[in-house]
Design a protein around this ligand. Structure first.
Ligand SMILES: [Zn+2]
Ligand SMILES: [Zn+2]
Ligand SMILES: [Zn+2]
Length: 261
């Protein structure tokens, strides 16, 4: 299967509005980071993880016309506020969009997008996203793809990462509970969020992310959800060879779940 990084930035995005730092002024496109989101596809199914405020631009940039399901990690603003633009995908497919996540994440979507769930006025056609909500409490087949939710800590909150075959996508992570470690054995590709060098209350620092990489020993790892404190080339020069910084538009292959070839 293929993993496409639609966005690799932290909540502000990079460049940060009003910031004149070297990373925000950089001409290297890898230092331009829209908010974190990835697309997983295998030729039969296309799964999207999160709908950041940059969702529309990300779809256009990569010419993506259809998505089969959306998986949410959590309901923070930088991961959900592109959701309204999903309505055009519903319109093209003339069917609701299946949405997966923790029950509390789906409750937050209901509250934050009340107009989507409270409208009875279907004469409005496809002016609003039509969503079907599917709470996840364990491994599931989503559009024919085996997906295992991985509970991780994001500060005090429990949120979800996702494992699909040889890939684990863990963004906005500040700790991995013991019970989740067993879901992360034998990884080919680990995607792990790290915001900057300095510690942060709700995100791994780069050092903490590297410690997790060492502990899980995947074949390779990519850092995502990156702030303007990490310059791409300089930071990569000091990373172990199997760890790279993700950047918007990077696409890599990973082993599909076993029964899917
Ligand atoms: Zn975030
Ligand atoms: Zn900056
Ligand atoms: Zn968050």
């Amino acid at each position: 299967m293929k993993l496409l990084f639609l966005g690799s930035g932290t909540s502000h995005g990079v460049p940060v509005i009003g910031c004149d730092c070297a990373v925000c002024r950089s001409g290297d496109p890898r230092n331009r980071r829209t908010r974190a989101s990835v697309l997983l596809r295998n030729g039969r199914a296309t799964l999207l993880i999160d709908t950041p405020p940059d969702f529309r631009e990300q779809m256009l940039r990569h010419g993506i016309r259809s998505v089969d399901a959306i998986l949410f990690t959590h309901a923070h603003a930088d991961h959900i506020f592109g959701l309204d633009d999903v309505r055009i995908l519903c319109n093209w497919r003339k069917a609701p969009m299946p949405v997966y996540g923790r029950p509390d994440t789906l409750d937050q979507l209901r509250r934050k997008f009340d107009y989507v769930f409270e409208t009875k006025d279907f004469t409005r056609g496809w002016d609003i996203p039509r969503l079907t909500l599917h709470p996840l409490d364990g491994a599931a087949r989503i559009s024919g793809v085996g997906v295992t939710p991985v509970p991780i800590r994001h500060g005090c909150a429990l949120i979800l990462g996702y494992r699909v075959g040889g890939l684990a996508y863990l963004t906005d992570c500040s700790a991995v509970p013991d019970e989740a470690m067993s879901l992360l054995r034998g990884l080919d590709t680990l995607v792990i969020g790290a915001i900057r060098h300095e510690p942060h209350p709700t995100h791994f620092s780069l050092r903490e992310a590297l410690d997790l990489v060492e502990c899980l020993a995947p074949r390779r790892a990519f850092i995502t959800h990156i702030s303007h404190r990490l310059e791409h080339a300089q930071t990569e020069a000091n990373l172990p060879p199997r760890v790279r910084l993700a950047y918007d538009g990077l696409e890599v292959e990973f082993p599909a779940p076993e029964d899917e070839g």
